[in-house]
Design a protein around this ligand. Structure first.
Ligand code: MG
Length: 281
């Protein structure tokens, strides 16, 4: 019994010593710094608003198209499959100071490039934009490589998103369908078969130049083909023009806006449902 009492007393004493040690340690630890509050304001290009600030202007409400790919309410419809919408297009040349009509073949529902007809280009000009385009390369497969279903979508009349029949058709990768031509290879080849309708959704931010013509912001491209990301915010390195087949120039200054062009590369490529939304810089 006496031994048990002695053990209990010893355990108790150890507990007290341990407690003192803990208290002593707590006193010597530096006081924990209060966590800094999160930034309460967010700087935006349009103002300075508190997080969750309900007085912050909400983005405009627009109505989406009834189907995927259909133009939303704030888009400029460039071609809706009607002959009347060809009035938005020209061959890029003037007669008596007025733009020539486009020299492509119109079929109810689409327009098709004509060999030697020249590019189809918009009468109006655009800079940074979101662009929706649907296209089909010829069902009657002819040629190979760059000679099969070649066309292209040019932003500002400068930068080409390649259109090509790349369904079982080998060519240099930076020139296959979905390439930022000569600059960037698409992330995947998501091409449908020849003759089937496909889509591009392009987010383009134009380059900017200073007063001396030096580029201060390079052009960027995000492209979805048939709903799949193929170019993810790709910055156009190198420049605007060509030196030869394997070399590009530095950026050359050009106006803030330019026409959207569809290339005539000698193959009958079809287009339909084309619309654009201008984006602020
Ligand atoms: Mg092309």
């Amino acid at each position: 019994m006496r031994r048990m009492l002695l053990v209990a007393a010893a355990i108790s004493l150890l507990g007290i010593v341990a407690g003192c040690a803990t208290q002593k340690a707590a006193k010597t630890e530096p006081a924990q710094a209060e966590p800094k509050p999160l930034t309460q304001y967010v700087d935006t290009p349009t103002g300075r608003w508190m997080v969750h600030d309900e007085s912050r202007p909400a983005p405009p409400i627009i109505t989406p198209g009834a189907e995927c790919g259909a133009a939303p309410s704030d888009a400029v419809v460039l071609f809706d499959g009607t002959e009347d919408s060809l009035k938005n297009w020209t061959d890029g040349k003037l007669t008596d100071g007025k733009p020539n009509p486009v020299k492509w073949r119109f079929v109810d529902g689409y327009m098709e490039s004509v060999k030697g007809g020249g590019y189809a280009q918009t009468k109006d000009e655009y800079g940074s934009c979101q662009l929706h385009v649907e296209f089909a390369t010829p069902a009657n497969v002819q040629g190979s490589g760059q000679g099969r279903g070649n066309s292209g979508v040019f932003l500002q009349g400068q930068y080409e998103i390649q259109v090509l029949d790349s369904y079982e058709n080998k060519t240099y990768p930076d020139g296959q369908c979905g390439a930022l031509y000569g600059r960037a290879v698409p992330l995947v080849n998501v091409c449908r078969k020849p003759g089937e309708w496909q889509s591009y959704d392009i987010i383009y931010h134009r380059p900017m130049f200073d007063k001396d013509g030096k580029v201060t912001r390079k052009a960027t491209f995000t492209v979805f083909q048939n709903g799949v990301l193929i170019q993810g915010h790709v910055e156009l390195t190198g420049g605007t023009g060509w030196i030869n087949a394997h070399a590009v120039t530095e950026y050359k200054p050009h106006p803030d806006k330019g026409p959207i062009q569809l290339q005539d590369h000698g193959n009958p490529v079809r287009y339909r449902n084309i619309w654009v939304r201008e984006l602020k810089d």
